[in-house]
Design a protein around this ligand. Structure first.
Ligand code: HEC
Ligand code: HEC
Length: 497
């Protein structure tokens, strides 16, 4: 009897221990799932359609989106964990909705302001919200028309500093703020005058390019000094930003190395810029001259320069000492509690990291496929690199080691005098970053127009190619020398991206 009971109690103990282990396991698994696993960026859903898709269609690897609607650039990828979906929604809210002028208070002085407060526009600004310029996460909705307002675009100014370098013109910022809140004078108003420059292909077909001339009127703080360079920059689409951020620096430097001694004299170079948060010199990869190092720096820079919204990175309003009305205006925060909160900046950053890339189409279209061959034969892909593998270091695992098709080397290239603007970081006036071409064929569907290049001057893909010069002159010449039918096939290929 006694022995039986002994067995019984040790059995019971084992049972208890097993139950405890099971409970710990379940608890541990739940903790891991809720706290950690989702950070990989993969949910529990089915991704077999990725495995079944033609690999050439997967422009963004696991970040590709198969979406037929009117917002091809504004999608989160399939099978995103709900925790990331929630941040994506919050970031989308900051991106999409307009900011309003400050009320002289900070978020903590206002009841229930929480993370949804969007106060602190200006005093000087170019637009009220990210989406005003990046319509549907793409380009602007309405391109510039002579005499009209400059939307989704702004002028940047550089004046000679007398020592062979450049500085903002006396009395102004590098970026001309053409709008301001009530009671504050805008800095000036930008205009573009276009001049038609006709030309002919070797086969006789005529074309016309429009050359911009920039001017500024209604200047609030005196004339611009002689020799000021004026350049216009228009908002590029922002999908796939996380993947571009995940490309290893060594990969980009490898592209520059491979372009040394290029037969077409293509010679891409990296831009090095100062990280506004750490003060360190780092590789630039975002914006039209690769002048921003990360999506976080880009988001804070855009909030500050384009919208006049301070953030944990730019804590003080940008009013210059003589801009009295700007200084005296009501703000929406203080240096200790900036207008864009730390959470809003983080949401915005994660949102842009997770914007998916539209799948390539037209893989059964012989004309588009022939166009792809012609694209390679013309050696467009030396700069517009078709296949890149992302690195293994990005905080979001889903962005790591992805085979992607951005059609860019993210390097600076001399594009000739016709496209020259102003110098920026280590980029000379004539150098621009190769823009990614993924999704370019969906521009019209998303944004209602097909104006391209850094200042919207090209009215369609063909004009964009014809403006290529400098290191891209040989590729452009090969395009021009193609037959009319071949040119159409190359364009058709671009439209399938
Ligand atoms: C006034 C129009 C305007 C507003 C508002 C604006 N942007 Fe931009 N955005 C631009 C322009 C122009 C560029 C190119 C800037 C450059 O080359 O320096 C750009 C570049 C970018 C890029 C780089 C894309 C690439 O291909 O490298 C990102 C990302 C971006 N903006 C995000 C934002 C976010 C986030 C906001 C809101 C906080 C915002 N932008 C607000 C006009 C705007
Ligand atoms: C030497 C590098 C280089 C080569 C070669 C090159 N490109 Fe480009 N491409 C660029 C740069 C840099 C820009 C941006 C110029 C600007 O905005 O002023 C650009 C812009 C474009 C754009 C407009 C993109 C946009 O978003 O506005 C298209 C389309 C394009 N290239 C297609 C081509 C085609 C087709 C070829 C071959 C015939 C080609 N490129 C060859 C560097 C190159």
């Amino acid at each position: 009897m006694k022995r039986f009971r002994a067995i019984d109690s040790s059995r019971r103990l084992a049972l208890y221990l097993a139950a405890l282990a099971l409970a710990c396991g379940v608890l541990g698994f739940t903790w891991w799932k809720t706290q950690y696993a989702w950070r990989d960026g993969y949910g529990d859903g089915d991704m077999s359609h990725f495995a079944q898709a033609d690999p050439r269609a997967l422009s963004g690897g696991d970040m590709t989106v198969f979406h037929g609607g009117f917002e091809p650039f504004g999608q989160s990828p399939d099978n995103l964990p709900w925790q990331y979906e929630a941040i994506f929604e919050d970031g989308d809210g900051v991106f999409d909705k307009a900011f309003i002028p400050g009320d002289g208070k900070t978020a903590s002085q206002v009841k229930n302001a929480g993370g949804t407060r969007r106060r602190g526009l200006g005093p000087l600004y170019n637009a009220r919200g990210c989406a005003e310029c990046h319509f549907r996460d793409g380009r602007v909705e309405r391109p510039y028309e002579s005499g009209g307002e400059m939307l989704g675009m702004f002028l940047r100014l550089s004046a000679p500093d007398g020592k062979g370098g450049w500085k903002p013109p006396e009395g102004y910022h590098h970026q001309l703020h053409d709008r301001a809140i009530d009671g504050v004078p805008p800095e000036g108003r930008g205009h573009i005058d276009w001049e038609e420059v006709p030309g002919r292909f070797p086969d006789g077909e005529a074309y016309s390019l429009r050359k911009p001339r920039f001017r500024v009127t209604d200047l609030a703080h005196g004339e611009l000094p002689a020799g000021t360079i004026i350049e216009a920059r228009t908002a590029p689409p922002i999908h796939g930003g996380g993947l571009l951020e995940a490309i290893a620096e060594s990969t980009l430097l490898g592209f520059a190395e491979a372009q040394k001694n290029d037969p077409d004299e293509v010679s891409g170079k990296p831009n090095y810029v100062t990280d506004p948060e750490t003060g360190r010199r780092v590789l630039g990869r975002f914006s039209l001259k690769a002048n921003e190092p990360s999506l976080r720096a880009q988001a804070a820079g855009a909030s500050f320069n384009d919208m006049g919204v301070t953030s944990p990175i730019y804590r003080r309003e940008g009013c210059l000492p003589h801009q009295k009305e700007c200084l005296a205006a009501k703000h929406g925060g203080t240096p200790d509690e900036p207008e864009l909160s730390a959470k809003q900046l983080e949401d915005l950053t994660v949102y842009m990291r997770l914007l998916a890339v539209p799948a390539r189409r037209g893989l059964d279209d012989p004309a588009a496929l022939k166009g792809e061959e012609l694209f390679k034969e013309a050696r467009c892909n030396v700069c517009h690199v078709d296949t890149v593998k992302t690195g293994g270091a990005h905080p979001i695992k889903r962005l790591r080691n992805q085979t992607i098709h951005p059609y860019s080397d993210l390097l600076l290239h001399d594009m000739g005098p016709g496209l020259a603007g102003r110098p920026d970081g280590e980029a000379t006036a004539r150098e621009w970053r190769t823009p990614p071409l993924w999704g370019i064929g969906l521009t019209g569907r998303s944004n209602h127009h097909t104006n391209f290049l850094h200042d919207q001057r090209a009215r369609g893909l063909q004009e964009a190619i014809l403006w290529h010069d400098g290191g891209a002159a040989k590729a452009r010449d090969r395009f021009m020398a193609m037959s009319r039918g071949e040119r159409a096939m190359l364009i058709r290929f671009l439209e399938s991206l």
